[in-house]
Write a protein that binds this ligand. Structure first.
Ligand SMILES: [Zn+2]
Length: 480
């Protein structure tokens, strides 16, 4: 259990705050292999709720789940030139199996385009087999030097969708549709405002024609890429011979996509919503939406209080994820702090006076202190809780969106951009040139987050670096 020490304040050391929250809220712990993480039961419950929210959306958009192998022949990765160059430095390779040197080294999958491409080549024969819409839940390994629980670990958990289509238009539509699914999940389930946009040439996925991302603003105003969707054109179809016979009986290459969202999303949830008291979880994803804390001073009061607690729990349990904390040996105040640190959206306190009045005390995690507390009648409590959780969910999204808006500014000159990215996101026109992008990154540490799909009503402008005409503007920010 957590110790009594207060968390490091966000304003003192944001990074220390983050690490402490992850461990003390019991989301994850450090694994024996450097750079790997153990996702603890509370973190896993949070991830499972993310999975459910996403999986439902994937199925609503026509996808099915499948499971592909962890090990991929090294030669597969070499088939797509950009792909292997992008991933080579991060590969973990198996060279011995069953005590013998393998004829061909096997890669622990860093992502599954290659092996899935190989299978699609086998499965697709005619236009009637298309589209193929498959998603996989699993983990991948990308060797990392500098790691951070949930944000960057050598092994991480995720889902990867892989689709094959008959036409370029269909594949591009799929790429954008799944970006939209991620944005919808982030906004409506995780209560996180996001910017949907296209990645720059240098930031796109290895082997993609175009990559898109959702980007969210963390509490320290850095950006975090929280989900990506890629259009591959025919790159992987050509490398893996994914072909079909069209209606005229002519052989055509498919058009493919992939899209992924990982446990990084948990890092985003922590950093977008968390405060000096700890985690603050959106009701839709919280492992426990409600925690009930019984309060008694004298042993004689205990029976009646616990009986009322059980009645309330039974009424709420069919509609909410409820936890009763009746542990002995901890004061109510200690428990309040504990569940605040672990981000439970709503606390219900029940003491002898509440029992006498057939009422409870509600305490919201998103509104600190007395202002977040209100009494409620035990009669009809479930309806009161539904409304309150909805209010909390909506309030968390509104404050995340307001924070992002308040800390995003337009930069008309390079000097303005420098100032803005020191403490926020900049919106700035960019000519599209790699050199101008590299200069910004080198001199300000801010990277091109994405080029928003919604360019607003701003017409063409001038590149903030070189002054050349620019068609589009991009978000620039320090990023994880
Ligand atoms: Zn330029």
């Amino acid at each position: 259990m957590t110790d009594e020490k207060k968390l490091t304040s966000q304003s003192v050391d944001y990074s220390a705050w983050y690490n402490e929250v992850v461990v003390r809220a019991e989301l994850a712990d450090y694994a024996p292999v450097r750079g790997c993480m153990v996702v603890m039961p509370y973190g896993t419950a949070l991830w499972e709720n993310c999975q459910q929210g996403l999986d439902r959306r994937f199925k609503e958009t026509g996808h099915q789940n499948a499971l592909f192998p962890l090990l991929i022949p090294m030669s597969f990765l070499q088939k797509e030139k950009d792909h292997v160059e992008g991933f080579k430095p991060e590969l973990a390779v198996v060279t011995i199996g069953g005590g013998k040197e393998l004829e061909e080294p096997l890669v622990v999958r860093p992502t599954s385009e290659t092996v899935i491409g190989h299978m699609y080549a086998k499965w697709v024969r005619s236009y009637r087999d298309l589209p193929i819409l498959i998603n996989q839940w699993g983990s991948v390994v990308r060797w990392e030097m500098r790691t951070r629980l949930f944000l960057r670990t050598s092994e991480f958990y995720w889902q990867e969708g892989h689709t094959a289509h008959a036409t370029s238009d269909e594949a591009q539509e799929e790429t954008r549709r799944m970006l939209g699914v991620y944005a919808d999940f982030a906004i409506n389930d995780a209560a996180i405002a996001v910017a949907e946009g296209r990645k720059s040439r240098t930031e796109k996925f290895a082997g993609a024609v175009a990559s898109y991302s959702i980007e969210a603003m963390m509490g320290n105003k850095w950006a975090l890429q929280a989900g990506t969707s890629h259009f591959f054109g025919q790159n992987f179809a050509k490398a893996f011979e994914i072909r079909y016979l069209d209606e005229k009986n002519e052989l055509q290459y498919c058009w493919t996509t992939s899209w992924g969202l990982s446990t990084r999303m948990i890092g985003a949830i922590i950093m977008v919503h968390g405060d000096d008291q700890g985690l603050k979880l959106p009701p839709k994803l919280a492992p426990y939406q409600v925690v009930i804390v019984p309060i008694w001073r004298e042993e004689g009061q205990k029976g009646a209080v616990l009986e009322a607690v059980e009645r309330v729990r039974a009424e709420l349990a069919s509609r909410f994820r409820v936890k009763v904390d009746a542990r002995e040996g901890y004061t109510p105040g200690w428990k309040f702090n504990e569940w605040e640190l672990r981000g439970v959206p709503l606390r219900i306190e029940i003491g002898p006076r509440d029992v006498a009045q057939q009422s409870v005390m509600l305490a919201r995690r998103d509104v600190a202190g007395k202002a977040g507390k209100s009494p409620a009648s035990m009669a009809g409590l479930a309806d009161t809780v539904v409304k309150l959780l909805d209010t909390i969910q909506a309030g968390m999204l509104a404050s995340a969106a307001a924070f992002m808006k308040a800390n995003t500014h337009e930069a008309r000159t390079y000097d303005e951009l420098k100032q803005i990215v020191a403490d926020g996101w900049a919106k700035a026109y960019w000519c599209g040139d790699d050199e101008c992008e590299a200069k910004i990154k080198e001199e300000t540490k801010a990277s091109n987050r994405n080029i928003p799909l919604d360019q607003g009503d701003g017409g063409p402008g001038r590149c903030v670096v070189c002054g050349q005409p620019a068609e589009e503007w991009a978000y620039w920010a320090r990023a994880y």
